[in-house]
Ligand binder design. Structure first.
Ligand code: ARG
Length: 515
């Protein structure tokens, strides 16, 4: 911005009239949010365009003024987009910056009419709701990308099995793909939660003004239609005070980040020499400044670390809201930095992990060897063997426990025991119990949800069918601050494509009317 104005004249601040002196520089710096909420400029300007158009349609401002305002807003938007926009802490926030610049472009008279029947309180609620809608759409798209990568990795590792763990102690063999599909399920619920929350963000608050509603005959539905909102808010006090739609997004993001964090913990373990099961490509691995041999899975560690930060943002906003009386309080300005950081962290984390997993090399020999060389990993299968002959499972459990003890005394594994050894503990063992195989153990879990290869294959096919996944990990070309591409999530009608659909419907209805 060329010149944002002289602070002593304070001509562009939105509330100078009743004050005798300009705010102290410390106060300006302390209260300003422009460094953060500049990110909302597209939403803010889209909201202002819709508001101006509606004011004119309702005869509240002149059509010519509205046209001038809209043209001026277009220019402000391209100035901000091109980076040639100067920020000025005297102008507090994005709303003031846009209006001040608009005044410089089209003159104070027309620009001064834009804020008719509007307060920054409903304006900021509108902008953040639009941001949250976009963030949801992009987050769901990014979750789908990570799911697609998990499926791709599972499909090319179908012959890999490894120990499944409980208490981080080897428990039973499972297919590597089965383990990966557990994360696919977690991510599925994450996407469901995000999609489900969309409707509660998708409510248009303009018209609530400061808190009591506007004293003009606004067409709130027209604004909602232009901006693609499904509903208009039902209570003006609620509309300017509530941030639970942000809490929901932060909460859903926190759950998703925690799920991702668990995946990352597995990846980190698998990348260690002790496991040696998985390696990201060099491009997705980092080194050490002192130890030349190191290959560190830093992206997984950062994702795990950043999940803590996202949890913090959720706790922070809940704490901010907890003691707030109705209606708007300036505390609410603090909702944005955590929201923006959460959206960027969540979406960025999903994208980078989706790409990294596509590069993952799985060391199947090493994974299988951990099972094949484990002396007792089929212990449950020995117990199941005699249980199938009619022995109560509790008794079978005791029999195999004693066999394990025998092996420990001899320093061997269960598969080294002879038929006589087995029968010394129970007569139901027959020749086919000697040297039980991992493959047989896997295949025996042939039940929906189980790790039998046929079941895992079916689960993979079902997941691909259900999710209709596109190639994984392609980061969207737009950062979360920008309106999402309408194609990014077919299940979720975005505000933008809904606006387009509504416009088309209105045009069609007009056509019908003319005939
Ligand atoms: N920057 C403010 C926020 O983010 C906008 C609303 C300001 N409203 C007010 N009454 N000071 O909350």
């Amino acid at each position: 911005m060329a010149d944002a104005g002289n602070p002593n004249e304070a001509p562009q601040r939105l509330w100078g009239g009743r004050f005798e002196e300009a705010p102290d520089a410390l106060v300006q710096a302390y209260t300003s949010s422009i460094q953060t909420d500049l990110l909302l400029f597209r939403h803010d300007i889209a909201g202002s365009r819709a508001h101006a158009r509606m004011l004119a349609a309702q005869g509240i401002i002149d059509t010519a003024d509205a046209a001038t305002i809209i043209q001026g807003l277009d220019q402000v938007e391209s100035e901000i987009e091109s980076g040639g926009f100067e920020i000025n802490h005297e102008l507090e926030d994005i709303h003031t910056h846009v209006e001040a610049r608009l005044g410089q472009i089209i003159g104070a008279d027309a620009a001064g009419r834009l804020h008719t029947a509007r307060s920054r309180n409903d304006q900021v609620a509108l902008d953040t709701r639009m941001f949250v809608r976009d963030a949801i759409v992009q987050a769901v798209g990014a979750v789908r990308g990570l799911q697609a990568s998990l499926i791709e990795l599972a499909e090319r590792s179908l012959d890999v099995y490894l120990p499944g763990y409980t208490h981080l102690q080897r428990a039973q063999p499972v297919l590597f793909a089965h383990h990966l599909l557990a994360y696919l399920e977690m991510l599925d619920r994450d996407a469901d939660r995000l999609v489900d929350s969309f409707a509660r963000a998708d409510v248009m608050p303009l018209g609530s003004a400061a808190l009591a509603g506007a004293a003009y005959p606004l067409d709130r539905q027209a604004v909602a239609d232009e901006l693609g909102f499904e509903a208009i808010s039902r209570n003006s006090i609620d509309a300017v005070s509530s941030r639970d739609y942000i809490v929901e997004f932060l909460s859903n993001a926190a759950i998703c980040m925690v799920n991702i964090s668990r995946l990352c913990e597995d990846v980190i373990l698998w990348s260690s020499a002790e496991f040696g099961v998985l390696q990201f490509a060099d491009a997705f691995t980092t080194g050490s400044s002192i130890m030349p041999q190191k290959r560190n899975p830093d992206i997984a560690e950062l994702a795990r670390g950043r999940s803590g930060k996202v949890l913090g943002h959720l706790t922070g906003l809940l704490t901010t809201l907890k003691g707030l009386p109705l209606a708007y309080n300036r505390d609410l300005q603090e909702d944005k930095s955590g929201l923006f950081d959460t959206a960027e962290t969540l979406i960025g984390t999903l994208h980078v992990l989706a790409r990294a997993l596509l590069t993952a090399q799985v060391n199947g020999d090493r994974a299988r060897a951990m099972v094949d060389q484990d002396p007792f990993i089929l212990a449950t299968d020995y117990a199941d063997y005699i249980t199938r002959t009619g022995v109560p499972f509790r008794e079978a459990h005791g029999v195999v426990g004693r066999l394990v003890r025998l092996c420990e005394q001899r320093g061997c594994g269960l598969s080294d025991l002879t038929l006589e050894d087995l029968q010394s503990e129970h007569p139901s063992f027959e020749a086919d119990a000697v040297g039980m195989t991992v493959q047989a153990a896997l295949e025996s879990r042939d039940i929906p949800g189980g790790t039998a290869p046929s079941q895992v294959l079916a689960a993979l096919e079902e997941a691909k069918e259900r999710l209709q996944l596109k190639p994984a990990g392609q980061p969207s070309s737009q950062p979360p601050s920008q309106p999402a591409a309408s194609s990014s999530e077919p299940q979720l009608e975005t505000g933008l494509n809904r606006a387009q659909r509504r416009a088309a419907e209105r045009a069609a209805a007009k056509q019908q009317g003319r005939r």
